[in-house]
Design a binder for this molecule. Sequence first.
Ligand code: NAD
Length: 328
Amino acid sequence: MKVAVYSTHGFEKPYLIKACGDDHELIFIEEELSEHTVEMARSCIAVALFTSDRANAQIIEKLSGFGIKYLVLRSVGFDHVDLNAAGKFDVKVANVPAYSPYAVAEHAVALLMALNRKLLPAQKLMDANDFRLDGLTGFDVHGKTVGIIGFGKIGQAFAKIMNGFGCRVMCYDPQPMHESIIGQNVEFVKLEVLFMTSDIISIHCPLNKSTHHLLNKEAFNLMKKGVFLINTARGPIIKTDDLIDALAAGQIGAAGLDVYEFEKGLFFHDHRNELVTDKLFEKLRNFKNVLISGHQAFLTDAALKGIADTTAFNLNCFNKGIDTINEL
Ligand code: NAD
């Protein structure tokens, strides 16, 4: 099949080429899918999308008009695709429901530990030949209470690591859990209890109507003063304005963010020769107790291979006219 691969990044290209072999003709497009770039998919049968691509109803209608029959997502999350519109225009959509949950869970731990043990300021002192330790005090994670919002694949991987640290782990998830999962060393609690009890909160739920701005002023006010907040899920789950106020007031002790509410157009691009005009982002970046990575939690060798293999699998199934278990 001829496939338009939007938002192609250098880091994933070799994995996609290897996984697809001679089965598919991949047209690599560096630009994001938008009203301005949708034309580039003409003559293709399928389109492969990254998290930064937006497939809204208008774009899906255009793609369908070009004869596009399949959308394959190189991601777990599918909040960037209008599934209703895809159904309406008979465009089949499949995602990569699991690749390496460890990649994301371990990155959440990396953010937590780098913030807690003040590794970035420590590196700056080291670079300046200043070997004093003042201002670098952290805390033992052992014995702390960790709250996990969303106990799916990544949330569970994160829980196991936190269990290993010797933490009390509690989680909130609206889905009833299988007994084998409940057997893990975690307590299922109401969201308010998680907010009120946790020393560290890590977000691992999808972005949807129920989770948009789930972490807002009211939620922050319920939390323990000085709580550490980690978000590797999706930016809009946190209301950034409210987070900035909570950080300024010391209500949030530190924030480790791999995702940002307004990251579209910002993350994944080289802005070195421009001014970044996003005032909220600038405010966030100026906090010493905020550590931001540019949506890179998935970026491990195992995860890239998993994404490419499942993308090729989805394309193969569509090509052969057989169902893929990953169809949304
Ligand atoms: P998953 O589907 O296995 O688990 C998500 C869990 O969240 C499910 O158990 C679900 O019941 C729960 N959930 C749904 N609504 C909720 C709510 N209102 N409150 C609390 N929990 C809720 O997904 P996963 O593989 O664990 O991935 C989780 C999210 O991580 C994805 O949706 C994606 O947005 C994000 N993600 C980010 C990166 C990255 O690079 N930063 C990479 C992969 C995934």
